[in-house]
Design a protein around this ligand. Sequence first.
Ligand SMILES: CC(C)=CCC/C(C)=C/CC/C(C)=C/COP(=O)(O)OP(=O)(O)O
Length: 303
Amino acid sequence: MTASRHAPSTLQGAYATCESITRSEARNFFYGIRLLPPAQRSALCAVYALARRIDDIGDGDLPAAEKSRALAAVRAALRTPPDPADPVLTAVADAAHRYPIPMGAFDELVDGVERDIRMDTAGLTYQSFEDMVTYCRCVAGSVGRLCLGVFGSRPHPEAGRYADALGIALQQTNILRDIREDLLNGRVYLPREDLDRFGAELAVDEFGALVDPTGGLAELIRFSAARARDWYADGLRLIPLLDRRSAACAGAMAGIYRRLLEDIAADPPSVYRARRSLSGWQKAAVAARALSGLGPRPGNGTP
Ligand SMILES: CC(C)=CCC/C(C)=C/CC/C(C)=C/COP(=O)(O)OP(=O)(O)O
């Protein structure tokens, strides 16, 4: 570890702010993050807090031009010494001195959020599954690689690719969970070619619930979930390359989201009316299993 460039109290405060952001915002991922030893937990909270800030710019209420300006400001801030008044940038800069965090991955995340803005303003959609994966790589594969920087791993030529694949698996789950909410916000992430193949049109009724007159949407969700399972299987090859606590963290994050995927696959119409989630007990059980070294179950991910 290198010495900090900041007064300890300022830095401690910066990390504490990031931890409190993560605790309140990362309702799924904090179950994994809290399994890390303190120094890595603080670094990952800093990464999460900055990723959250970038994401929130894209999902917020500002006009598109202002969102673009705010994203450009984040890009510029990542290339200059951190503003000491900004706890998130201060903590991220310190964490990047302590761990080999691939800072360029934050730029990829910004690229992904810019795609969201183009979806809002210019009707950008994803034609093929590969197009959608490119988006997932930007917004979530990037986060997987940032996490890996904090975790560290046994040297392995595929470690970065596995971290990327795990992030992409999580994002595919997120897309299925949020089809309705995203549509209400004018966003469609499911590839056009898949919608066409299953004869699924995305539309809501007068209560804001998704309609599925042919059952094609349910079929498409089941198909997409099966495909996402393969991305989990690939990404989870990272786990044996990690130390025990990092493996527990990644295993809990993946286990919770994969359990969510299986719940959705078992009952696709459950996402038509509301956002699906696991109970606190279910999430804690998946995290406990990950900490005990058992990790997510092969197959259906139930704890
Ligand atoms: C190697 C490794 C650990 C890979 C995983 C990387 C990772 C955590 C990617 C995040 C992808 C994702 C679905 C973010 C949504 O965050 P959100 O805060 O909006 O999620 P929520 O809506 O479920 O709370």
